[in-house]
Design a protein around this ligand. Sequence first.
Ligand code: BTN
Length: 258
Amino acid sequence: MDVNLLCSTLRKDTLLKEIIYFPKIESTNTYAQILKFKDDTLVVTNHQTKGKGRFGRSWISQEGQNLAFTLVKKIKIHVDEIQLLNLYTAYSLATTLKKMFPDIAEKFSVKWPNDILLRDKKVAGILIEVQNLKDTEKTFLIGIGLNVNQTGFDPGISSRATSLRNELNYEIQREKILIEFMNFFYENVQLINSKRDLIKNWESQSAFINKKVRFKQMEDSEIAEGIAKGLDDDCGLMIELDCGTVKTFYSGEISFVY
Ligand code: BTN
């Protein structure tokens, strides 16, 4: 990874105060959590050995192929609105990728709440952790894993995971994507305060709206099927069930029903 390019460009173009690079580390999120970094710090690695995913899952990434990083960002946001940061991060990453790779732009989509899909397979995951939930200004650890140049995936996930290179068939410079993403993120971060605009923008990138979906709620594993109608003001996913009632879900996972 070209750390010089990363540091010189990001320090010039964004409000990032510190960039910490590790050739190898267990997890950029875990590291940021333990060390309690200052606001606007970016932790990035070339090889993450114990990456964390949502719902206690692991995030596996081949050495030197992908992007794995955590942005430490302080934001004044009410506890009930935190989901907006998930939507904003996914929206920022999807928009960055669409801009950078116009030939395949229409193949990118967001999956509620914050996965990025490429041709309906997962290309990026986002794990946002918060350190001080009770404070008005909270410190967020925004962890992002993006499959860039990895071409093979474990058999268990190969039908659901992909990378940019799998679609583009050429090697991609990882640093450029990180730089573009950071620029977009910082330039548009006020969108978090315009809830309806953010939700509208996020919905416009979702491949699920008005499609038949299956929803698995995490707390009780309840499974529901119906048509995804969009997000309510609390960023919950509204699904019109087969019986006609609209139910809103706040935590869980959706998948297409073909
Ligand atoms: C998910 O889809 O479940 C979220 C995956 C998040 C992975 C990233 S990689 C960088 C950061 N460090 C981690 O340990 N996890 C996040």
